[in-house]
Ligand binder design. Structure first.
Ligand code: PMP
Length: 361
């Protein structure tokens, strides 16, 4: 089999080594006489898988002791609802930074639960940039400040995070978690759907500070309370056991590559190739995001005609590429270069871009 040059936005490329290891262990896990999917989530073997994945998250992100790592279901979209349900306090609005499609969805859900305020918005710039830290107005009384560290559709990414003092900073890191070092102690809560940088879909990682776990009001259903999952080591109900196992393998793979700092450097080398190709194309390709807000994970770009964009996608697919069509809400082109996308795929893309321009420029 020839592996595709996989630039999908999510679910996305997984490391081949991880897939091969899962294949080896697929039918029988560790001499158990059954696969991971067939064993009890209360078994010692699964408990080990669960604990090991948590421990690796802690190690790779240097998560302080006063934080819990939870593996939940419902995707990042469920977190859009759970965060306001658990964290909005009486008389204290939830503050949101509006930076595009995903931030917008989080805001829409929060509005159903309680009072929200917009701490900053880049809507007037068509979400082509992230706000500067000084543009973000954090109300002192806010229950929390929510931001989206990387906008998967727009292709913008925060280069640094605001200091929010006593207001807990909450971040949707679905599309850039573990792609670069972060200082977890700056955040009250971090969440991410697994299906981009962490593993297959089905599991969502939540990193939450102890004092915020305790905020969960008793009035909301047990399944939606962080406290329930924290108390039960993410085993309150049946977890997505195979996805958690896969996340563990991906985390081991990241560790084997030297950890997050090394992955960050690798990602920068990959994205530089593609952004350079865009910038040096004499205007044939145009980057969507403003240069200082460019994402290292989702590279969004355009060609002057939609016809040519369609042809670009079609020809790329014929040549073994996958996932280069932009999100249906915004059109254009997008290359998602998550951790597991090899440098070789990016080199192949840059060659294809040059060749396409030669033929159609
Ligand atoms: N936030 C961001 C930044 C995303 O990219 C996505 C998915 N593409 C989501 C939230 C929604 O995630 P899910 O599909 O896991 O609910």
């Amino acid at each position: 089999m020839k592996r595709a040059y996989n630039f999908n936005a999510g679910p996305a490329a997984l490391p081949l080594e991880v897939l091969q290891q899962a294949q080896e262990q697929f039918v029988e896990y560790e001499g158990a006489g059954m696969s991971i999917m067939e064993m009890s989530h209360r078994s010692g073997l699964f408990e080990q898988v669960n604990n090991e994945a948590q421990a690796l998250m802690r190690e790779l992100l240097s998560i302080p002791d006063n934080y819990r790592v939870l593996f939940l279901q419902g995707g990042a979209s469920q977190q859009f609802a759970m965060i306001p349900m658990n964290l909005i306090q009486e008389g204290r609005p939830a503050a949101y930074v509006h930076t595009g499609n995903w931030a917008g969805k989080a805001i829409k859900e929060a509005k159903l639960i309680g009072e929200t305020v917009i701490a900053a918005s880049t809507e007037s710039d068509d979400f082509k940039r992230m706000p500067s830290l000084s543009e973000i107005d954090v109300p002192e009384q806010a229950s929390y400040l929510h931001l989206t560290s990387n906008e998967t559709i727009g292709g913008t990414q925060f280069a640094a995070f605001p200091d929010t003092g006593n207001v807990p900073l909450v971040a949707d890191m679905s599309s850039d978690i573990l792609s670069r070092p972060i200082d977890v102690s700056k955040f009250g809560l971090i969440y991410a759907g697994a299906q981009k940088n962490l593993g297959p879909s089905g599991v969502t990682v939540v990193i939450i500070r102890d004092d915020l776990v305790e905020r969960s009001p008793k009035s909301i259903p047990a399944i939606f309370r962080y406290e329930t999952h924290a108390k039960n080591n993410s085993l309150y109900n049946t977890p997505p056991s195979f996805s958690v196992y896969m996340v563990g393998l991906v985390l081991k793979w990241i560790k084997s590559k030297g950890g997050v700092a090394q992955i960050d450097q690798y990602n920068r080398d990959k994205t530089k190739l593609i952004y350079d190709a865009i910038d040096q194309s004499g205007g044939f390709y145009r980057g969507v995001a403003q240069p200082d807000s460019r994402s290292a994970m989702n590279i969004t770009f355009r060609i002057h005609s939609e016809e040519l964009e369609k042809l670009f996608v079609k020809e790329s697919e014929q040549q073994g590429f996958s996932g280069l069509k932009g999100h249906r809400d915004v059109g254009g082109l997008r290359a998602s270069t998550y951790n597991a996308v090899p440098l070789e795929s990016c080199k192949a893309l840059v060659e294809f871009m040059a060749d396409f321009q030669k033929r159609h420029g």
